[in-house]
Every structure is written in C-alpha cells, then in structure tokens.
Design a protein around this ligand. Structure first.
Ligand code: SF4
Length: 180
C-alpha cells in the first residue's frame, strides 16, 4: 500500500480540534504506519510542503497570515478537509463579525477594556493584521470534505480518514455531520 502524505494545519481555532485528533489514542500508531506525516503543529516543520495528499485544516480565516497560508495549502494539497465547526462555519472565531470589523474589535479589547498601558497591538511581520471579517475556509478556497463538530470526535476523525487511507472518499452522514 502506498503511504499518503498527511498534513494538519492550525488557523483561527482554539486547537481543540487538534486535541481531539490526539484522542485517536492507539489508532495513531496504526495511522503512523500508513502515512507520511509531512506538516502539522505536532511537528517542527516550518514550511508547508508540496504534494500533500490529505490535509485537515482547523480554524477559520481570521488574519492575513491565515489568508496566505490557506492559498498555499490549497495549491499544494490534493484533498482538503475543513476540520471542525470553526473551519466549516466560522463558529467561535467568527463571533466577532457582528462588531463590524477589525478596528472596533481591537479597540474594545486593547483600549476600552484595558486596565494598564492601553495600546493597540501591531508590529509588521510579527503580529498579523486581523481581517475585517472572519471567513469559513470554503468561502476562500474549495473544500473537498466537511468534518463538522466542536470539536469533531476522534471516532468522526477516524471515520473520515480510514476510507482515504484505502483510496476512497468518506461518506459521512447522520451523527457524523452534526454541528457542535
Ligand atoms: Fe475549537 Fe471548536 Fe473551533 Fe475546533 S471547532 S477550533 S474545538 S472552537
């Protein structure tokens, strides 16, 4: 069996989806025997590689770095999985959208609610500027598989990955596509 190149990406999310991935427990050993891990927050790899077969993308697109990253991820990956409710709908990350843009959000957090040294964060190249609107992944680049849940359970993650390891697309249904 050919090993697939597997990646996971962490964008605008709380990392809970990646924590759920770790809940795969001993099946992680089975997975490790069947894939080449090529990029993940679990690894010390700085640049998203070419020729990724499957990538799970956690989180929404919330800042300029996320935007650049998701274009690279899409261009270099064959199957992109929108991993968790924040990636699929914006979810928690998008709760700031009704405030009407990046500036009111930053002013509220760093000026109005500050007790000491109120100042807006900003350092080009270090603090990525927020987008005015948090975007679900599929509104920026095409998505191949939606894996909802906050977070998706380990069972659900496995149900999505097992067919891909066999070279077929998963057909998630019923409880496996419930939000929240
Ligand atoms: Fe965290 Fe839930 Fe968003 Fe996953 S979907 S990143 S667990 S808030």
């Amino acid at each position: 069996m050919n090993h697939i190149n597997l990646a996971t990406v962490w964008l605008g999310g709380c990392s809970g989806c990646h924590m759920s991935f770790l809940d795969l427990d001993e099946w992680l050993f089975t997975l490790a025997d069947q894939v080449n891990w090529v990029y993940s927050p679990f690894m010390d790899v700085k640049v998203y590689p070419n020729h990724v077969d499957v990538v799970l993308v956690e989180g929404a697109i919330a800042n300029r770095d996320h935007l650049h990253m998701i274009y690279d991820v899409r261009e270099r990956s064959r199957i992109l999985i929108s991993f968790g409710d924040c990636a699929v709908t914006g979810n928690v990350t998008a709760l700031r959208n009704p405030l009407g843009g990046a500036t009111p959000v930053l002013e509220r957090c760093y000026l109005e609610l500050s007790d000491h040294h109120a100042q807006l964060p900003g350092d080009d190249g270090i603090v990525p500027p927020l987008l005015d609107r948090v975007l679900p992944v599929h509104t920026v680049v095409p998505v191949d598989i939606y894996l909802p849940g906050c977070p998706p359970s380990a069972e659900r993650i496995r149900a999505a990955l097992e067919p891909l390891l066999q070279g077929t697309m998963p057909h998630l249904q019923g409880e496996q596509i419930r939000f929240g």
